[in-house]
Design a protein around this ligand. Structure first.
Ligand code: PEP
Ligand code: MN
Length: 418
């Protein structure tokens, strides 16, 4: 059940509805939106009679939810969720890059990779402290010894720390030293672990299970949210299929499919999604092109010596070559998405400036190189998304000309959000 409040509903009226939900033994989940608040109800095992809420002051409508999930849906929250941790965001205007080694192996390795991650402009450092391994005889992670290294990386580079909880006892330590709890593919249906992360104050990055349907994955997110933690990020990391040319099959169609159902941010992991380093960059770009809010990429300073997942790790220089153009491309793609046909050239130009400033990885010299490499034409026939190279580089080259060019573009050129 979903109770949609009127845009004019007061805080007092919202509280009154919340109190009635609690009084009948159910759990209210108020979700304030840009124009109105919706209150999701969980805890009921059968249908709830919604008529008792209909006449309460401030209530616009009561919607029976027929889908198995409630809190992840756009019905509850039509605006996208932006997960924030310090100055890092996932789901907002900036493409979130989470990068680092599969596992923290030693100080030298972790620092070399963290330096490359920071230099790329990314804000999140990933690295396994505990590793869920298929074989009990392979490297299981440094365990608690890795925290000292992680704490120093967080301090030295200002990166946010993302690491996987393989069991419930890990969560307290991640809360103490980390910033985002990762739930791995193998744990996607560990329901007690999901519930415990649902009671955490940290955001949860929930990977898709390797044999999970979209519905099962979204219900796993629902487990976390039903406990009160609404900061969930979904991560598509590939599912197991008959394909033998990749470790997993990266299901990029999941990204627009989720967009249509849920307000939660979705990121793509092309490293586990392919298992092979040479495929990581093209699939990362494809992930951005289909609308992912971010990427999770494995990086190692010596992939050939890695204790886990070396075959899919990028070297720091391969990683740098992936990130810079991908971020610039995503800025432009988002510009296309966000411009409305009624906007004036001036307001478009202001938006371009804001976008440029918001991306620390943006470098004019890279843009100039990209401009030389890109086709000169900027008309519709190159497709609105991939007009990006020309338009991003033009921002630096000649603001005036860019503004003129934008105003000359027909409205049909403006991309549509997936
Ligand atoms: C990982 O991120 O290193 C990992 C083990 O991922 P997954 O759970 O997707 O296999
Ligand atoms: Mn890995």
């Amino acid at each position: 059940m979903l109770i949609v409040m009127k845009p004019s509903a007061t805080a007092h009226e919202i509280d009154a509805v919340v109190n009635v939900v609690q009084a009948i033994g159910l759990r209210p989940h108020p979700m304030p939106g840009a124009t109105r608040t919706a209150i999701g109800i969980t805890g009921n095992e059968g249908p709830v009679d919604g008529r008792r809420f209909e006449n309460l002051p401030g209530v616009a409508e009561v919607i029976r939810v027929t889908k198995p999930y409630k809190l992840i849906t756009l019905d509850l929250r039509p605006e996208k969720t932006i997960v924030r941790t310090g100055d890092g965001t996932i789901g907002g205007s900036e493409l979130a890059i989470i990068a680092g080694p599969c596992a923290i192996e030693n100080r030298e390795q972790a620092f070399a990779v963290a330096r490359a991650v920071q230099q790329s402009g990314a804000r999140f450092f990933r690295g396994g402290v505990w590793k869920p391994r298929t074989s009990p005889y392979t490297f299981q992670g440094l365990g608690e010894k890795a925290w000292e290294i992680m704490a120093d990386i967080r301090q030295a580079f200002g990166l946010k720390i993302v690491t996987e909880a393989v069991d419930e006892s890990n969560i307290d330590l991640i809360e103490e030293h980390g910033d985002i709890i990762q739930i791995g593919a193998r744990s996607m249906q560990n329901f007690s672990l999901l519930k415990k992360t649902g009671r955490s104050k940290l955001p949860v990055l929930l990977k898709r299970g390797m044999a999970a349907t979209l519905e099962e994955w979204l219900l796993a997110a629902e487990y976390i949210m039903a406990e009160g933690n609404y900061n969930v990020i979904l991560c598509e990391r590939g599912v197991r299929t008959f394909a033998q040319h990749t470790r997993n099959t990266l299901d990029l169609a999941a990204v627009p499919a989720i967009r249509r159902i849920s307000h939660l941010p979705v990121i793509v992991d092309p490293s586990h999604g392919t298992g092979t380093a040479y495929m990581v960059t093209p699939l990362a770009r494809a992930g951005v092109a289909v609308g992912a809010d971010g990427l999770m990429v494995e990086v190692h300073n010596h992939p050939e010596l890695a204790l886990s997942d070396g075959a899919q790790a990028l070297t720091p220089s391969e990683y740098a070559q992936l990130v810079a153009p991908t971020i610039s491309c995503s800025i432009s793609a988002s510009l296309d998405v966000n411009f409305s046909s009624s906007e004036t050239t001036r307001s478009r130009w202001m938006k371009l400036q804001t976008w440029r400033r918001s991306t620390s990885a943006f470098r004019p010299d890279r843009a100039r190189r990209a401009k030389r490499a890109s086709a000169k034409k900027s008309s519709c026939d190159s497709g609105p998304r991939f007009r990006s190279w020309a338009s991003v580089s033009d921002i630096n080259a000649s603001p005036k000309r860019t503004a003129e060019r934008w105003s000359a573009l027909p409205d049909s050129c403006m991309g549509k959000h997936p």
